[in-house]
Design a protein around this ligand. Structure first.
Ligand code: ACO
Length: 461
């Protein structure tokens, strides 16, 4: 049986072949990243010309290393890679990450076929070639050559592009989205998206799985793993346009395929296709922190009528419904509004709404059995009080988390300037999903509804 990915992400021993004392080399960065990780394991640099690198004893060949090796990172030029893979087989290594480029992405399919032949009949698993490696934030191990430490959290990212994967770490950090693991897939010679979905499906540190893909090699396996996974799966599939498809072929040697088929397959398997990476992070944050919506009926609260209308339009365009208020809810909200304003959905609290109006209206809607999810919006309308708005959202979300009485998702939406932005950061820092756009907010609510539907389908089986 092939080695489990558990030892791939949590190896007891790692060797870096092509480790270099030269700080400009990728083999130096890979060794250094593992060394500075808080993760404890044996670490062996391999280089025929050095005795010691970064204070670690250096071995001339893999086969000279005295103990067993769970994971080998290869960072030598393409023509030498197959010899190193042969050494891995001799040494009974469990997992290999081939950082080296110059394989199928430039038409060198033969090089990959040769590696496959060498490992045939063994239990070795290979990531790459043409990959950055991975960062395991849950356990504090950086098995990549790229700079950047992710915020620890519960979103696992699988990226076919290494550089984009690194960009995604910074984007996630900026958006206060914590990661469990991030992995660069490269050319997918062996370890493929489905293997990782299967692994993350069982990984207790992962709640949401996000993928950036350019092509899928094993369509059936991808669908089966996605279907079997009981966690939300978000997919950005690139290469939709003619020029995008051309670019994927030279980037990772992938065939972009017919886009509509991808869309259909992702949906059928229960995944959610995202328009871009920003949407993926928007949805990931909410799916990781909020309960799914049990239905599509959404309540909207705002201090600005215009934003309420924009949100209603965006929700309806995404298949959500903004129902009229029940009599009971109407009466509850009527009590807290100025006499000149009548309750509706969207609930317009008037421009000067403070903590109490927001909080009371939010409670009334959350308690309404005709409402499945809540969007609370604020416009910095001159005399608005952003601190009171964000305070009300925090209180509602904490109440929900503590009691989980109603199990309904709450999203924030805001329009304003710098002062507002700082307060939004406070919310994001504690995991509250809040967005500066009606469209983005509605898309996230749609994703929470889709997740609710997926769970209902799986519970029926
Ligand atoms: N065993 C161990 N070490 C060896 C061996 C061997 N058999 N043969 C050579 N080496 C050493 C070299 O002596 C050198 O060490 P030195 O600096 O002490 O001399 C080291 O291995 C590296 O070899 P170089 O020939 O210097 O190769 P270099 O480091 O320039 O390039 C690399 C190797 C990085 C793998 C390059 O071929 C490559 O593929 N670069 C692109 C990598 C990449 O971008 N991958 C995709 C990532 S995804 C993304 O986009 C982020």
């Amino acid at each position: 049986m092939k080695h489990s990915l558990e030892t791939f992400f949590k190896p007891s021993s790692i060797a870096v072949v092509g480790a270099s004392a030269n700080p400009t080399k990728i083999g130096h960065a890979a060794l250094k990243n593992i060394l500075i990780s808080e993760y404890q394991c044996k670490l062996y640099p391999i280089n025929p010309d050095d005795e010691e690198i970064l204070g670690l004893k250096c071995y001339k060949k893999l086969t000279d290393v005295p103990g067993p090796i769970d994971l080998v990172l290869i960072s030598v030029p393409a023509p030498i890679v197959s010899q190193i893979v042969k050494d891995c087989v001799t040494k009974k290594v469990k997992h290999i990450i081939i950082i080296t480029s110059g394989f199928s992405e430039i038409g060198n399919h033969q090089g990959e076929e040769e590696i496959k032949k060498i490992v045939k009949g063994t239990d070795i698993r290979i990531l790459g070639p043409n990959t950055m490696g991975y960062k395991n934030a849950s356990d504090g191990l950086d098995a990549s050559f790229a700079f950047g430490i992710p915020r620890k959290g519960n979103v696992a990212l699988i990226s076919q592009s290494g550089a984009l994967g690194i960009g995604m770490i910074y984007l996630a950090n900026n958006e206060f989205v914590g990661l469990s693991k991030i992995i660069g897939m490269g050319n997918k010679l062996d370890i493929d998206d489905d293997d990782l979905i299967d692994y993350f499906a069982k990984d207790p540190e992962t709640k949401v799985i996000g993928l950036y893909i350019e092509g899928i090699k094993e369509g059936r396996a991808f669908m089966n793993s996605t279907k079997a996974c009981d966690k939300p799966i978000l997919v950005v599939k690139a290469g939709k346009s003619v020029s995008g498809a051309r670019a994927t072929a030279s980037h990772t040697g992938s065939m972009a395929g017919i886009d509509a088929i991808y869309s259909g397959a992702i949906k059928q398997a229960g995944g959610i296709r995202c328009r871009d990476l920003v949407e993926l992070f928007d949805m990931a944050r909410a799916l990781a922190e909020q309960p799914p919506a049990q239905g599509k009926r959404i309540g909207i609260i705002t201090n600005g009528g215009g934003v309420g209308i924009l949100l209603s339009d965006a929700c309806e365009e995404n298949g959500l419904v903004i129902p009229k208020l029940s009599e009971k809810t109407y009466k509850k909200i009527e009590k807290i509004l100025p006499p000149s304003v009548k309750p509706n959905n969207p609930v317009d609290l008037a421009g000067d709404a403070g903590f109490y109006r927001y909080w009371s209206a939010a409670q009334a809607l959350i308690q309404d059995p005709n409402i499945d999810g809540l969007i609370v919006a604020s416009v910095h309308a001159g005399y608005a009080r952003p601190r009171e708005y964000t305070g009300a959202i925090l209180k509602m979300i904490n109440q929900q988390k503590l009691h989980y009485e109603y199990k309904k998702p709450i999203l924030g939406m805001w329009v304003g300037g710098k002062e507002f932005e700082d307060l939004v950061l406070d919310l994001k820092a504690v995991g509250v999903p809040i967005y500066p756009s009606s469209w983005r907010t509605a898309r996230v609510m749609w994703a929470l509804w889709q997740e609710g539907e997926r769970i209902k389908r799986t519970q029926k089986k």
